[in-house]
Design a protein. Sequence first.
Length: 305
Amino acid sequence: MDKKQKVIIYVGAGVALCLIALVVILIVSNNSRTASLNEVEARADSLALVNERLVLTNEFNELNANFSMYEDQQMYLTNDSLVKQYNQAKMKVEGLLQELDREKRSNAANRAKIKALENEISTLKGILKHYLEEIDRLSKENEGLRNEIQEVRSRNEQLTSAVTVATKSNEELTQTVKQAKKLNITSLSLTPLNKKGKREKKISKARQFNVSFTVSPNSTAAPGMKDFYVRIVTPEGSLLGGNITFPMDGANVAATAHRQIEYSNDETTVTIYWDVNATLTPGDYTVEVFCDGYRLASRHFKFDK
């Protein structure tokens, strides 16, 4: 082999080695670029998964916040089926979020979880919307009932007021009728008499009292037998007599003397006597006359010694 041929062989070998080295470099470079691309793609997938999970988590939190705002109005619901549905869907969402939180890359299984999460959150939105609509409807119904109750209460108060007025009016009318039936007397007098039945100026010598009065005509009063009771009270405040009693305001009241007459709605003069059985002292004596449960008159008389 001559020198020229050796040169050609050596040059060819060197070129071949260079080509082989170039191929190796290209292969290594391509593999490195491929690995970098895969790493970038994996990181992008991971970020996309985190971002989607974050978006869905924010939606979920917003739904829960809206639900909590109206949670105290559950009393308006006739049953808690909507609340149960919401809580069930909420538990599913929370489970999916926990599963996704453990995943680092996006794959078919995780994409399916993201889709299921989107569906459950959509379900939550529908339940919340229905829940709020139901609360609003029932709240308006209850407001209407409260207004009706208030109207009924106002009418009852008006009715009670009217009944009170009517009752008072009836009481006043009843009292007026009673007063109209009450007998009226005039010319009430108290006269001390001596043992001869004559008027006595000195009270210490009186042996009898004469109580006289005139009953006025009254067509409203019921005619018939009337019982008149007389009370004579001494200056010391003691009741003379007291062996006779009559009913008055649910109690028995002691009287000095009593007389029954027949009353025919005409003017009638009545005289009642009482025999003195105690030592009388000078001063003011009080005489009261009663009939049919009424005190007809009261008058003071002063007597000297």
